[in-house]
Write a protein that binds this ligand. Structure first.
Ligand SMILES: [Zn+2]
Length: 327
């Protein structure tokens, strides 16, 4: 590898022409490397190959092992998946007719029917033009122009339900006008969080990722309020189940609460999968309890040593490994 001092020295002593020449050469090989990288990422993604190496996803591998920032990992994986569906993109990227950002912006709108014409329109387009292209293919509802404490918004569920119902009713009665969209009211609260509260909010978001994959704060906040009210509101307080450690009389698949608590403490609410190379996954989201020896093969549910926490990806991988690879 050329020392940095040598690279800098060669820049200083080169003419403008030489520098432009080297810049253009470098850009060409950079594009070729990018195309190869995307092809490799697409293949590894298809094979789910990061899982047995101790990473819960290729995204985690790219950030933790390759040192990509989250944005770069997301963009490259998204583009790689688009390239799997439409290999023409690799050709366009290598020739420099289109750039990675354009693919990331347009990928969700590409279909087998339209991808050639959409990609042709994207060649040489500015960012503004690309955003307009993407927006024109997925029009969004206009956001309210004024922010007030109480906001009236269209209830989409009731609107579509109402329209479907009205379509049938309209056909029968001959009415030509759809009903006015139903409105619901929402209250806007604005407040700032200190570091401690922010950390708790983000932790709750991680733990509830299986329930709210988009991590929207309203759902997290409402779940937190439900838990709080269950604990302090006498009208909602529930009786706590008996959590005494005791072996199950009848062996069942259900993992008792006391085992779950012990396993959570032991695995620290992180995925316990360890690769052959000794890399522990450690994912904190999408955790599930897993029988080390599968229940259907005689593994016990009332023995903490036979239960572990795995992320959803490694749980699926372990299941395939236990059953599919044996058959
Ligand atoms: Zn995992």
């Amino acid at each position: 590898m050329t020392p940095i001092s040598e690279i800098l020295r060669r820049c200083v002593i080169s003419s403008d022409d030489e520098l432009f020449h080297r810049l253009e050469d470098g850009t060409l090989s950079e594009r070729s490397h990018l195309v190869e990288t995307l092809a490799i990422i697409g293949e590894l993604h298809e094979r789910r190959a990061a899982l047995p190496r101790g990473f819960s996803s290729l995204f985690v591998y790219c950030t933790q092992r390759l040192g990509y920032c989250e944005r770069t990992a997301y963009r490259r994986i998204a583009a790689a998946k688009a390239c799997r569906s439409f290999p023409l993109i690799l050709e366009l990227l290598r020739s420099g007719k289109i750039h990675l950002t354009a693919i990331v912006l347009l990928r969700e709108h590409l279909t087998p029917e339209n991808h050639e014409s959409v990609l042709a329109r994207a060649e040489g387009a500015s960012m503004d033009q690309l955003k307009r292209m993407a927006a024109s293919m997925s029009p969004m509802q206009a956001a309210p122009t004024e922010r007030t404490r109480v906001i009236a918004v269209i209830d989409k569920e009731r609107l579509f339900g109402g329209l479907e119902a009205s379509t049938g009713a309209g056909e029968q009665s001959g009415l030509a006008f759809p009903p006015a969209p139903p409105l619901m009211f929402r209250t806007e609260h604005q407040f700032t969080l200190g570091d401690a509260a922010e950390a708790k909010l983000m932790r709750a978001r991680e733990l509830l990722a299986h329930k709210f994959p988009m991590g929207d704060l309203e759902s997290i906040f409402e779940a937190a309020l439900d838990s709080l009210l269950d604990a302090v509101d006498p009208s909602r307080r529930k009786a706590r189940p008996d959590a005494e450690p005791r072996p199950l009389a009848d062996q069942t698949r259900r993992i008792p609460e006391w085992v779950r608590r012990k396993v959570r403490d032991r695995d620290e609410d992180r995925c316990a999968f360890v690769s052959r190379e000794g890399i522990r996954c450690g994912e904190r989201r999408f955790l599930q309890f897993d029988h080390v020896v599968p229940w259907s093969l005689g593994g016990r549910s009332d023995d903490p040593a036979n239960v572990r926490q795995l992320c959803a990806a490694h749980n699926r991988w372990a299941w395939r490994h236990a059953f599919v690879t044996r058959s």
